[in-house]
Design a protein around this ligand. Structure first.
Ligand code: PBG
Length: 323
């Protein structure tokens, strides 16, 4: 036998030497849920180990994230119910929950890279990701205006990057134009380019109180059966000026991550969503799987082609990587 692959598995140092995929703390983005009120640090029941924070409780958390070596957060705002309306006006309120949180985080740690999720669903009374027509259909072109206003207000508050997650056609261009017109041509867009209509967002919708009050999101988010369409969506976002592409969810879409990676040269992010986290976390908590399953799963996302991973496990992984 001339070829013996086992030679390269002989000891830990050799295995480290030939490892093809390396997970780094620099790859990770940690999602934060910000709520109104004071003195709130409340565990989210659907996402054990993940918390709702009021703005005054962010300091401790941001410092912990920084100490772990994580440099990126993505913010989700949860406004008061009574501030929700048909048009999601609170989404672009300069004094809205996300806008205040951005300012606070920048005050605590000016070098923390603050990315904001840009969407209407947490702010509309009906819970859809855009403005509705009379028949309940989400009005694409009208929604663009609102998304662009929201993105601009985040950037004015100090966001370093915006991440539109609504899946309206043309939103990257609409946001790019508005940012450029206001002198923010240096602010990047991480596009949720390939976002599926997934049941794996369930725990998030509970955490963000953003489930649609009627119908579903299938007229704007993608059909889980499609992967050619992922290339069309990615290409459009590239042409419209996206800086980073994203596939979401991650674990059930590793093939899609690989296809997008092979076809486009932009950095690629993958969002390992709330349902993926909840599934693994409960298996680990119940002693069914060991913690290594978390590492292995996130590694599979990177191996599939993601350069960047948004994950609720970011802090756990940072600790594991330190060991
Ligand atoms: C907002 C948004 C959602 C998620 C991220 N941004 C929910 C949705 O589209 O229903 C899901 C994230 C997760 O499940 O972790 N549109």
């Amino acid at each position: 036998m001339l070829r013996r692959p086992r030679r390269l598995r002989a000891n830990k140092a050799i295995r480290n030497l030939v490892r093809e995929t390396k997970l780094n703390v620099e790859d990770l983005i940690y999602p934060l849920f910000i709520v109104e009120g004071e003195n709130v640090k409340k565990e989210i029941s659907s996402l054990p180990g993940v918390y709702h924070f009021s703005i005054d409780k962010l300091e401790e958390e941001i410092k912990e994230i920084r100490e772990l070596g994580i440099e990126h957060v993505i913010l989700f705002g949860i406004p008061h119910d009574h501030d929700k309306d048909e048009y999601g006006k609170e989404a672009y309120n300069d004094k809205g929950i996300v806008q205040r949180a951005i300012r606070k985080i920048k005050e605590i740690d000016s070098e923390m890279n603050v990315i904001t999720d840009v969407c209407m669903c947490e702010y509309t009374s009906h819970g859809h990701c855009g403005i509705l027509k009379e028949n309940g259909y989400v009005d694409n072109d009208k929604t663009l205006e609102y998304l662009a206003k929201t993105a601009l207000s985040h950037v004015k508050a100090g966001a370093d990057m915006v991440a539109p997650s609504d899946m309206m056609d043309g939103r990257i261009q609409a946001i790019r134009e508005v940012l450029d017109k206001d002198g923010f041509e240096h602010i990047g867009i991480m596009a949720y380019s390939v976002k599926y209509a997934s049941t794996f967002y369930g725990p998030f919708r509970e955490a963000a109180n953003s489930a649609p009050s009627f119908g579903d999101r299938k007229t704007y988010q993608m059909d889980p059966a499609n992967s050619n369409e992922a290339l069309i969506e990615s290409e459009l976002d590239v042409l419209e000026g996206a800086d980073i592409l994203m596939v979401k969810p991650a674990l059930s879409y590793l093939d899609v991550i690989r296809r997008v990676k092979d076809n486009f040269d932009l950095p690629l992010a993958a969002y390992s969503v709330s349902g993926e986290y909840a599934m693994l976390k409960s298996a680990v908590q119940n002693g069914i799987l060991s913690e290594g399953a978390i590492y292995e799963s996130i590694m599979s996302i990177k191996r599939a082609g993601a350069d960047i991973i948004i994950t609720y496990f970011a802090k756990d992984l940072a600790k594991m990587l330190k060991k």
